[in-house]
Design a binder for this molecule. Sequence first.
Ligand SMILES: [Ca+2]
Ligand SMILES: [Ca+2]
Length: 425
Amino acid sequence: MRYLSLVFIMVSVMVLVGCGGQNTPKEDDGSIGRDTVETTPTEGTVQVEAESYTGSSSEPDSGDVISMTADGWLEYMVEIPRTGRYRVVAKGSTTNGGAVWVEDYVGNKDDRTYDITGKLNLPADVMKEVFIDGSPLQAGPHPIRVHAHGGDVTLDFIRFEPILFHRDTKESLEQNMEGEAWELVWSDEFEEDGLPDTTKWTYNVGNWGWGNNELQYYTNGDPRNARIEDGNLIIEAHKDAEGDGWTSARLTTQGKTSFLYGKIEFRAKVPTGRGTWSAGWTLGDSYRDEISWPYCGEIDILECVGYEIDDETGDGINHATCHTRAYYFKQGNQIGSQIEVTNMNEEYHTYAVEWYPNEIRGTLDGEHYYTYDKTADSLEWPFDKPQNIIINLAIGGGWGGAQGIDENPDKPKYILDYVRVYARK
Ligand SMILES: [Ca+2]
Ligand SMILES: [Ca+2]
């Protein structure tokens, strides 16, 4: 669901900020939730002093803090000890509304700009720690650039604290795709009330913008944002009354089960409302951090934005897209199709792909409307390796927020009856 319109739109966003704190990363399903920061110092934290820069946009002062004007930057080489999701903490201040953001893999061969934090809004005048959660970083050297944005900033340090180490996916299912009939091989029917089944799903947690300047904080096991009710998984976005911004949920099979080939189905209703961005999709199991993408491949199966859905009738549009290194937004050549969907807000529809060894076919309620069949090499066809299933409801971002966000939204609900994977037999 990512990146589609970044080339056209850069939306400046407010991210959630707060006081810093260290926390304990977990090996299993757990990662910290928004309100559950633990205080145990942890292995794997890396702090980079502002004054130890290896490059800069201008000649800064010496001292143990560094000042930059808006659009200034400082460069560092950061050695990340272990692959995982990180909290990124900045200690600094601003006199005029400045923020910082962190660019990863400066000088990468694909000439891309990897924003791995979104804006960290600094406090006025007093030096204080602010942070965002969830930035993906793989073990190894990271040439980073800390950019000032929107005002003058003074920076003391940047710190990377692991909140969840990478887990290998334990089970990979390869589906036979020859034969007439379909046979169910994996599903979640969402039949048992309560939290989602953690033998099937893990949470992606945080508010780093998710590569799209999205607004929401994805929570960890918060039933307000993800719960099973009356046979459905409900992913519900909330706007915090205290002005802390949005929360929502993103569930992935990464770390549990990955899939190679098969028919993947989402039976769902999606929310209306400007700013919502619902998705059911897959991401290559080789994803570790932003430089993995789009080499790892991505298949967007259910993808729709609220401003394309009529608030009255619920009629809207679904988009199916494959992203690969050969065909993606940077070249402006990603391959997708769209289809009109009747009352997608209040009626269930079945959004699916049939993923064969040489072709991916998108269907809506069984009607074929999309084909991706570029298979010349791994840049065109990374789809000979397993993918994880992801379901999420984003708010704002380059595409979802392109026409603004409703001022007084109801709680947008993305309702899934089931997710199923079939093989042929
Ligand atoms: Ca310092
Ligand atoms: Ca169900």
